[in-house]
Design a protein around this ligand. Structure first.
Ligand SMILES: *Cc1c(COP(=O)(O)O)cnc(C)c1O
Length: 369
């Protein structure tokens, strides 16, 4: 099809973590666990499930395009005006909306390398030139990113914490960056893992909006709130910036089940506080277990860990898959020898460690050093 835009042909389609059902079908396995897409390993709380069942009775109607109830509840929770919020079909859609509204063919965006794949993907689809600034010791090099900004730059994407490294930008670093960057550049702070971060010097991006009209902050119900399949996330910015997003937003972009589930999730604080504590404990367990296996990892402020599986990294991911444990091989991110493992339930994490241990000793036997 020659009529497709030239910039589209250079785009590599996104390949996600393999669904459990695919692995069961392809490998004939019955018991498969997925630790590959940073999902919450637990089902939603009973109150959320009840809200979804209730909302299901009305799916003959279009959803509320304004997300009235969710907007009201969330605005109050965040301490922002209702007009400072935009909702998306996942926070991925907010990334796509930003690019649609701000980036023309030939414009530039600045991202970290490696970072969340959707930043580069959405930008390349729009025909943007993507300037990638390498992480330093798995952390953002904001000084370098600032230097990469020029007159053609429209957006700088900052995943905080970012995926796949799992590290975060401190309050001081963020403030220094914002000070030096023109207000004509949209600074897109992606806080998909906000609810997991417990570091004291981690900046709440929403508090930066008052002093910086060019900041947009996104968060999601996919990770901590465990609603990945329903697709719902949101952006927070000045009302004037939200007005721009609303011009490119599709009329019924957030489905009704997602809206009701999100409201119920926000109101079930006790449930999610317990989940957060559990995930924290699981992270500690994995740190200890990985160290015992002699493996290095990057300290994470999210619900996943980047692990250096050594020379047999890619092989390790494949070997784990054959035994029904889905993790992400990081070579597509340019991180050869690394795997990314999402924190699962205690049982899942133990199975991962046990399988990984067996896999590593098998590969070491094959190629002794
Ligand atoms: C998972 C993730 C998202 C959000 O995904 P949605 O499900 O579209 O809300 C955004 N950014 C990063 C860095 C992520 O890892």
């Amino acid at each position: 099809m020659k009529v497709a835009r030239q910039s589209i042909l250079a785009v590599k389609p996104y390949v996600g973590g393999k669904p459990i059902a695919d692995v069961q079908r392809e490998l004939g396995l019955t018991s498969v666990i997925k630790l590959a897409s940073n999902e919450n390993p637990y089902p939603p709380s009973p109150k959320v499930l009840a809200a979804i069942a209730q909302a299901a009775r009305d799916v003959n109607r279009y959803p509320d395009g304004n997300c009235y109830e969710l907007r009201r509840v969330l605005a109050r929770r965040l301490g922002v005006a209702p007009g400072q919020l935009v909702f998306g079909n996942g926070s991925d859609e907010i990334i796509v909306m930003a690019v649609k509204a701000f980036v023309r063919e030939g414009d530039e965006v600045v991202i970290a390398k490696p970072s969340f794949l959707v930043y580069g993907l959405a930008s390349r689809i729009a025909g943007a030139r993507v300037r990638e600034v390498a992480l330093k010791s798995f952390r953002y090099d904001l000084e370098g990113m600032k230097r990469a900004v020029n007159k053609r730059t429209k957006i700088v994407f900052i995943g905080n914490p970012d995926n796949p490294a799992g590290t975060y930008v401190t309050r001081q670093q963020m403030k220094a960056f914002l000070k030096g960057v023109s207000r004509d550049v949209l600074v897109f702070i992606d806080e998909a893992y906000f609810e997991y971060v417990r570091a004291k010097d981690y900046p709440d991006g929403i508090r930066l909006i008052a002093g910086h009209p060019n900041v947009v902050v996104t968060r999601t119900f996919s990770k901590m709130y465990g609603l990945a399949a329903l697709r719902i996330g949101y952006g927070v910015a000045r009302p004037s910036v939200i007005g721009i997003f609303n011009r490119v937003r599709e009329p019924f972009n957030v489905n009704a089940l997602a809206q009701s589930a999100a409201v119920a999730a926000l109101q079930d604080r006790a449930h999610y506080a317990a989940v957060a504590d559990d995930i924290e404990a699981q992270r500690r367990f994995l740190y200890r277990a990985l160290t015992a296996l002699g493996l290095e990892y990057v300290e994470s402020f999210t619900n996943f860990i980047l692990v250096r599986a050594g020379a047999g990294g890619t092989k390790a991911a494949q070997a784990l898959l054959k035994k029904g444990v889905i993790v992400r091989d990081m070579s597509a991110w340019g991180l050869k020898g690394y795997i990314r493992v999402s924190l699962g339930t205690s049982l899942e994490n133990k199975r991962f460690i046990k399988t990984l241990g067996l896999t590593l000793s098998a590969t070491n036997r094959e190629c002794p050093v």
